[in-house]
Design a protein around this ligand. Structure first.
Ligand SMILES: Cc1cc2nc3c(=O)[nH]c(=O)nc-3n(C[C@H](O)[C@H](O)[C@H](O)COP(=O)(O)O)c2cc1C
Length: 187
């Protein structure tokens, strides 16, 4: 997935590109490639507010503090996930087995939640300690309560404290990283 289209080059620009629209265009593309080159993981973010649950593909996830144990996730404002994390105050971070890479494409729009079958788009889940959905086939998960929400522009950086976590498969199960796919996000 590429950066949102329709906008011109986004500043600020270094001195060499400040005056020349062509240089600005070139710099904009260069910066995108550099940002894309930052290694990142690929996860499914579980969210819940009341009885509404969702699961979304996300790569902007990182631990951000030792003590307390905080994890930051940056979520697009228009996403259903944004509404649920803002309202519910909880989220789960699910790793994805490399063998399950096809799963990533199943969580790029609001899911079909079947509470009778306890599935999200057909994938079995259970509710974690916070109530956020945890995918049964995630090799590992973090269950988090939101402690901070920082408006960073088109996204909100939600910072959650880890209140529960676990492995659901062998600890050395290879997990998916962005570089294992042909996808990009951001840049
Ligand atoms: C590879 C990949 C990585 C993504 N990373 C993020 C991300 O870090 N943050 C985000 O808000 N959306 C990310 N998305 C986009 C969401 O998955 C997508 O916008 C989704 O439609 C929002 O889902 P929702 O409306 O069901 O919550 C990513 C999509 C893909 C395909």
């Amino acid at each position: 997935m590429a950066a949102p289209g329709g906008t011109g080059p986004i500043g600020p620009f270094p001195a060499r590109a400040r005056e020349d629209p062509g240089e600005q265009e070139a710099y904009d593309k260069l910066r995108r490639r550099v940002l894309w080159s930052l290694p990142s993981g690929l996860y499914v973010l579980g969210s819940r507010a009341g009885d509404r649950r969702n699961a979304m593909t996300i790569n902007w996830v990182s631990q951000v503090s030792f003590e307390p144990k905080l994890v930051g996730v940056s979520v697009e404002k228009p996403a259903l996930t944004h509404e649920l994390v803002a309202d519910g105050g909880v989220f789960s971070v699910n790793t994805v087995a490399r063998a399950d890479s096809a799963m990533i494409r199943k969580f790029t729009k609001p899911v079909d939640a079947d509470l009778g079958a306890m599935t999200l788009n057909g994938f079995a889940f259970h509710d974690g300690a916070t109530g956020a959905p945890v995918l049964d086939r995630a090799p590992a998960f973090l269950d988090c309560e939101v402690r901070h929400a920082l408006d960073v522009g088109g996204h909100t950086l939600f910072v959650g404290e880890v209140v529960d976590c676990g492995f659901q498969a062998a600890e050395d199960t290879p997990v998916l990283r962005m570089e294992d796919t042909r996808m990009h996000y951001g840049g």
